[in-house]
Design a protein around this ligand. Sequence first.
Ligand code: 5GP
Ligand code: ZN
Length: 118
Amino acid sequence: MENCIFCKIANGEIPSATLYEDEEFRVILDLGPASKGHALILPKVHAANIYELPDATAGKTMILAKHMAEKLTNALECDGFNIVQNNGEIAGQTVFHFHMHLIPRYQGDGVELTWKPG
Ligand code: 5GP
Ligand code: ZN
């Protein structure tokens, strides 16, 4: 996909702080982190949102999220973890290449997610 910043980052055309890479994914640090260690899972294949994402990639994204959450929790000794994924402007999506947020949480961090249960 031309002119997609996350395509370029995922495929290594633009350098990034990469925590993990394989044939299908790159995991990077978020440029505007909500908390220490806030990372993004980027599939290398372009999909604007979850609706366009191939099922196989969606499944692998969730498995990778689980493994990265475990690794980041051990490395950062955070107290909790949010895994967030936005679709559409109304839902807070600003980059229209599917990505999953990995947000380590710390006691008293004051991070406010857009939506809270209850
Ligand atoms: P969204 O709002 O679409 O769910 O999330 C987009 C995220 O991408 C934001 O948290 C924003 O800080 C991050 N972001 C936007 N542009 C860049 C970039 O060029 N590099 C990195 N590493 N993160 C970016
Ligand atoms: Zn893209």
